[in-house]
Design a protein around this ligand. Structure first.
Ligand code: PLP
Length: 560
């Protein structure tokens, strides 16, 4: 690594702000071990007010004779150290985080408030069901909201991340094929899929067959028809794809697969482009996963644990992981406040979108006087319990029931937005991506002209002619105070710049980003070296990423 901030080039290049507020950069910070000096303490203990214990007698030979090598500092030194380090991090709370495919959207604080409610944060998974009905109602309500959003029939919340959801969904696929007498051998995956898809198929024991996209970035139906045969277990389709393209022929794709007894698996991690507009269950998907930590705002990417629920059609329901949440309805009367939920289907909205989790409010004579907001509690009000007696289940895929904290955050986000708010977030995410596309397409090459959904993918073709690659542009973006976009992915675009603004960004922030990207494009023309050697405003410049991956130094060792 090269120390960079004071190089002559850095001084002349300077941090480029274009009006953007930049995080404070502390240029140097020693390790706590290096700052340690003997005898310093960050605490004072009160005088002993219980009988002293003789450690030698108590521990015998197990007693430690040399003290542990720990840093010795005062309280304020420790506080300052960690506070300074925290300012080195880029975060969505500091500015736009356009990392394509990662949906780095803002996590509203109300989610955190709810997740920290004592009774929820400290709920123990071993609590008897009779004392856990509140948290089970939360699981149940989230499940029903997600089923409504996806248009699927059954769901498990267990998987702990998107890739884990894929694994679970393909396990269901395999179990179903096995129940039909043949697990089949291969899974077809388009070249525009997320990288975890082929890994998942291979881990579940399938051969991966690649399917080349057509010139629009979509599935080539004729090629698919030729490729699907009696040994095809499923097609794994990321939709919208990593190109940000919606698969407009999805119905036909489902028909081609189903005609040969194969299933359609949808990687639904990009549902932030679809929620409230269309439902995978309505366009032929058999099984899919969601990334709660992308679509429903809970922290993503190093920011916390994930959650990858898997939703499926009814025929796959017997194979869901155990335990499955079920409601005891025996002998229960409908709850008087719950409305007429079971008997009625809300109408689609005026523009044909699905009527997400609304129940009509009916007068006693049946006249519809409006809609409820979010789903009411279940109309039959019986207790919930975990069903382990499911002979066809693929078994457990995770300890306990999943990442409960993520469920609470996702449900808070869903309920706080409501059906119309969720639809609006989808529209805003797509609008923001298209705004960036329009503002940059004259300076960066747009390899696929198909309409963009939640993200837009450019290539570095024009800049590469001046010797500047996508990675260089991304590094230069750091000097302008932005987190880089996703570099060199998807692989089907050579030198890809993958940009996903999400719905969180205001027009002003998008304009700053556009100004930074346009300014870098100008620099590439006028002074390519400046971009090729960026970043210039950081504590260190380019890291040796291969060395860091192959020989990471993860702990401090005393100097000898
Ligand atoms: C389209 C897509 N599929 C799958 C995944 C994998 O999800 P996770 O990182 O939670 O395992 C991601 C992650 O961002 C994704 O964008």
């Amino acid at each position: 690594m090269t120390t960079n901030a004071n190089s002559p080039q850095a001084r002349s290049a300077g941090p480029r702000t274009l009006g953007k507020v930049r995080p404070h950069q502390t240029q140097n910070e020693a390790l706590l071990f290096e700052k340690s000096s003997p005898g310093k303490r960050a605490y004072k203990l009160p005088p002993l007010d219980v009988p002293a214990v003789d450690a030698v007698k108590l521990l015998g030979a197990a007693r430690r004779t040399t003290p542990g090598l720990l840093p010795e500092l005062s309280e304020i030194e420790i506080i300052r150290h960690f506070t300074r380090l925290s300012t080195w991090n880029y975060a969505i709370d500091l500015g736009m985080y356009p990392l394509g495919s990662c949906t780095m959207k803002y996590n509203p604080r109300v989610n955190e408030l709810v997740a920290r409610i004592e009774g929820l944060a400290e709920a123990h998974p071993y609590r008897p069901e009779s004392l856990a009905q509140g948290i089970l109602e939360i699981f149940d309500l989230l499940q029903r909201c997600l089923l409504d959003i996806t248009g699927m029939d059954a769901i498990t919340l267990q998987p702990a991340a998107g890739a884990h959801g894929e694994f679970t969904g393909i396990l269901l696929t395999r179990a179903w094929h096995e129940s039909q007498g043949n697990p089949r051998k291969k899974i077809i995956i388009p070249d525009s899929a997320h990288g975890t898809n082929p890994a998942t198929a291979a881990i579940v024991g399938y051969t991966v067959e690649n399917l080349k996209s057509n010139s629009d970035g979509g599935i080539d139906l004729e090629a698919l028809t030729r490729q699907v045969d009696g040994e095809t277990a499923a097609l794994m389709l990321t939709n919208p794809s990593t190109l940000g393209v919606f698969e407009s022929q999805i119905h036909k794709i489902a028909d081609i697969l189903h005609a040969k007894g194969a299933l359609l698996y949808m990687d639904g991690a990009n549902m932030n482009a679809l929620v409230g507009k269309v439902r995978p269950g309505d366009f032929g998907v058999d099984v899919m996963h969601l990334n709660l930590h992308k679509t429903f705002s809970t922290p993503h990417g190093g920011g916390g644990p994930g959650s990858g629920p898997v939703a499926c059609k009814a025929f796959l329901e017997p194979f869901l992981p155990i335990p499955v949440l079920v409601r005891d309805q025996k002998g229960e009367e409908p709850c008087p406040d719950a409305g007429d939920w079971e008997d009625t289907n809300a109408e689609p909205t005026a523009d044909g979108c699905p009527p997400l989790f609304r129940a009509p409010i009916l007068k006693p004579d049946g006249e519809r006087v409006g809609d409820t907001g979010p789903l009411p509690l279940h109309p039959f009000g019986g207790p919930l319990h975990w069903d382990y007696n499911r002979p066809q289940s693929v078994g457990r895929v995770r300890a306990f029931y999943g990442n409960t904290g993520m469920f609470i955050r996702a449900l808070a986000y869903i309920l706080a937005n409501g059906p119309d708010g969720l639809r609006q977030t989808t529209e805003d995410a797509v609008l923001n991506a298209n705004y960036i596309r329009k503002k940059l397409e004259d300076v960066y090459e747009l390899p696929y002209k198909t309409a963009s959904m939640h993200e837009v993918v450019f290539s570095d073709k024009r800049q590469a002619a001046r010797g500047v690659k996508t990675g260089d542009i991304a590094k230069r973006l750091i000097d302008y105070g932005f987190h880089p976009y996703t570099v060199s992915f998807p692989l089907i675009v050579h030198g890809a710049l993958m940009i996903e603004p999400t719905e969180s960004e205001s027009r002003e922030e998008l304009d700053l980003f556009v100004a930074a990207m346009r300014s870098i494009a100008r620099e590439v023309e006028e002074n390519p070296e400046l971009v090729k050697t960026a970043p210039h405003s950081t504590r260190v410049s380019r890291l040796d990423e291969v060395q860091a991956a192959r020989k990471p130094i993860l702990r401090w060792k005393p100097q000898t």
